[in-house]
Design a protein around this ligand. Structure first.
Ligand SMILES: CC(C)(COP(=O)(O)OP(=O)(O)OC[C@H]1O[C@@H](n2cnc3c(N)ncnc32)[C@H](O)[C@@H]1OP(=O)(O)O)[C@@H](O)C(=O)NCCC(=O)NCCS
Length: 188
């Protein structure tokens, strides 16, 4: 089975090159987050997760502890999305804790690009499995993850993120051959 990066190659080659310069918009670039991005990161997070945004201090501490695990989509003035992924201390499993694309930028392949870059990095680091959680009703996210090879074999976990917060846990093996895992986006 082909790797997701092979099935969905970056049209322009390297992922750190600017892309989506069409429609007269400023070109978007995917890059690592910086401390100066934190206010914008907070804004995007609130825009995408209005009911359950990260408090500033949580984003701040994610940045302090694993800022190299946050990728942002930047047009030079504003951020339009981000992904946050964290590997367990044994280095075997990575949880995707948050994936966000601004509403006005959806359906253009940006969510997939963020996830493909995460998978590319994790495969290089020899992480064995990627996990995430998703709301069972979040069809767009589930379709995206399935298109990348994630599977949800354990079914819906009741109250996984607290009372009434059921989540589907999806997994992807990242070893040779990319076998879907047997067996986290925070808010899903
Ligand atoms: C989920 C999310 C990140 C997808 O980002 P996006 O940039 O719009 O997604 P893409 O354009 O890369 O789409 C990739 C695939 O996702 C699926 N998808 C995306 N939007 C979809 C929709 N509205 N309905 C069904 N499938 C959809 C499709 O399989 C699509 O592949 P295709 O274009 O080849 O058909 C975005 O909708 C978002 O930020 N949602 C709110 C936050 C959220 O739900 N985050 C994930 C939590 S688990």
């Amino acid at each position: 089975m082909a790797l997701p990066e092979e099935r969905f190659p970056f049209p322009g080659g390297r992922s750190d090159q600017a892309f989506f310069a069409d429609h007269g918009e400023r070109p978007l670039t995917m890059r690592g987050v910086t401390e100066a991005d934190l206010p914008e990161l907070l804004r995007v997070d609130r825009e995408v997760f209005p009911d359950d945004p990260y408090p500033y201090f949580v984003l701040r501490q994610h940045f302090d502890v694993h800022g190299d695990r946050i990728l942002v989509l930047d047009d030079g003035e504003c951020l339009h999305g981000y992904v946050l992924f964290v590997t367990t201390s044994d280095g075997y499993v990575c949880w995707v804790l948050s994936l966000a694309v601004s509403p006005d930028q959806r359906g253009r392949g940006l969510g997939r690009r963020l996830m493909l870059e995460v998978l590319r990095q994790l495969r290089r680091e020899r992480v064995h499995e990627v996990r995430l959680t998703v709301e069972p009703a979040n069809a767009a996210a589930i379709m995206l993850y399935r298109s990348l090879g994630f599977s949800a074999e354990g079914g819906v976990r009741r109250d996984y993120l607290g009372p009434g917060e059921d989540r589907l846990i999806m997994t992807l093996g990242t070893g040779p051959g990319l076998t879907p895992g047997p067996s986290g986006l925070r808010r899903g």
